[in-house]
Ligand binder design. Structure first.
Ligand code: PLP
Length: 426
């Protein structure tokens, strides 16, 4: 198909994330992707190849078209692409579940496989609410979280996203009313820790769980906070009989410098959500892990099952590539790569702090953020990055990058130049 025809059909028929219908802008057409490069069907701003500064929204940590991951999918494809998971099981899903239990913090022990991060959070919420019902405490059905969070676009996750100025403000009043406290400060403040403790204590009688993104609040604002707050949450949850859920969908698999962000605090949640980089960005898959305490509690209830069962649950192709992606990550010293990227981002983005309109530059692990003091002109900022041969997707007041871990120093320098150019233009 000619590129102009493809774009016309796309604009007429295809709904894109957070997009209008019909489409109002021309998306770039990606013909293929390999390593850290996206190849475009038509040149844009003089480039046919763009370095991917986004890892396809946190997921493609090993880059694209990786021979090991390709082989995992191909090998599984020859055996079985999919089979229903009700009443049947198969080796890829079992191997994946066991592997996830092995690498996540103790005492997470049971794994529910689903097909997107939002569903993983839905399942987490359902587990927690059902746990308390099963224990004869049906009053404990609300969730406690901090502002500035993002947990997905389906109903229960939307209810714990930032309710003010956030992406789901439209639905305030329709969504379940949850308990919110301010977003965590970057550094440890005892007064904020006290606010967390007091909020959990006050609402404990009605709380099923505390649900947070540990260390990094992603799509809600790309903010980082002191891991010590996770210990405060754990202690308060233990003291007041509230479950603790960590949404590691964005932070999982090394992005912040530790395998899971919670590792920075040495804290284990009762329930943990994973997604995005789980399959190295190859296929849609997510997981919700819980402890035996949670699973046993649910099993003791009047309805002793978790009533959830996606059609594509435990998809064998996704399970196989997830196992391969985890093995690939852990077979190398990935922490060295993330530290190298962290140093490169610090060095390359420092100059952005001097640009007019820049409020703050922050870097953590393989995440670099330039926050403006105004709403970004998305089209202008994106164009400026593409002019540098880099793909970025700025939003709100943020220009940010989370490159694949295989990005070499030369490409990383170009990504940083593109972030600076986007900040200057946006
Ligand atoms: N939770 C977090 C922390 C996320 O960053 C996201 C997606 O950006 C989600 C949940 C939702 O995941 P998905 O887009 O796969 O539904």
């Amino acid at each position: 198909m000619r590129t102009d025809e493809l774009i016309a059909l796309d604009r007429a028929h295809v709904w894109h994330p957070y997009g209008p219908m019909p489409g109002r802008t021309d998306p770039l057409v990606v013909a293929s992707a390999s390593g850290v490069r996206l190849t475009l069907a038509e040149p844009a701003e003089g480039h046919t190849e763009l370095i991917d500064g986004m890892s396809s929204w946190w997921s493609a940590v090993h880059g694209y078209n990786h021979p090991v991951l390709n082989e995992a999918v191909r090998g599984q494809l020859d055996r079985m692409s999919h089979v229903m998971f009700g009443g049947l099981t198969h080796e890829p899903a079992v191997r994946l579940a066991a592997r996830l239990v092995e690498i996540t913090p103790e005492p997470l022990r049971h794994v529910f496989l689903s097909d997107s991060g939002s569903v993983a959070v839905e399942v987490a919420a359902k587990m927690c609410l059902q746990y308390w019902r099963s224990l004869g405490r049906p009053g404990k059905q609300r969730l406690f979280t901090w502002r500035g969070g993002y947990h997905g676009d389906t109903w229960q996750p939307m209810s714990v996203c930032d309710p003010q100025g956030g992406m789901h403000e439209l639905w305030t009043g329709v969504l379940q009313r949850q308990v919110f406290v301010d977003a965590p400060p970057a550094t440890y403040e005892e007064s904020y820790a006290e606010l967390l403790r007091a909020g959990i204590a006050r609402h404990a009688h009605e709380l099923a769980a505390v649900v947070v993104e540990p260390v990094v609040q992603g799509a809600g604002g790309m903010r980082f906070h002191d891991p010590a707050y996770l210990r405060v949450l754990r202690e308060a949850c233990d003291e007041h009989d509230v479950l603790l859920v960590f949404d590691e969908i964005a932070t999982g698999f090394g992005r912040t410098g530790t395998l899971f962000a919670a590792d920075q605090a040495g804290v284990s949640p009762d329930v943990m959500c994973l997604g995005k980089a789980l399959t190295g960005g190859y296929l849609s898959m997510a997981a919700t892990l819980c402890t035996s305490r949670v699973a046993d509690g649910i099993s003791r209830g009047e309805v002793p099952v978790l009533a959830h069962g996606p059609t594509f649950m435990g998809n064998p192709l996704a399970s196989a590539v997830a196992c391969a992606s985890i093995d690939l990550l852990l077979s190398q010293d990935w922490t060295v790569e993330v530290k190298r990227i962290e140093a490169g981002l610090h060095e390359g983005l420092a100059a952005a702090a001097e640009l007019p309109g820049v409020r703050e530059v922050r870097v953590l692990g393989a995440i670099g953020v330039v926050q403006l003091d105004h709403e970004v002109d998305m089209a202008a900022a994106t164009r400026a990055a593409v002019r540098e041969g880099v793909w970025l997707r700025p939003f709100r007041d943020l220009i940010y990058t989370m490159p694949p871990y295989v990005t070499d120093d030369g490409d990383l320098a170009r990504i940083c130049a593109a972030v600076r150019a986007a900040a200057a233009a946006g």
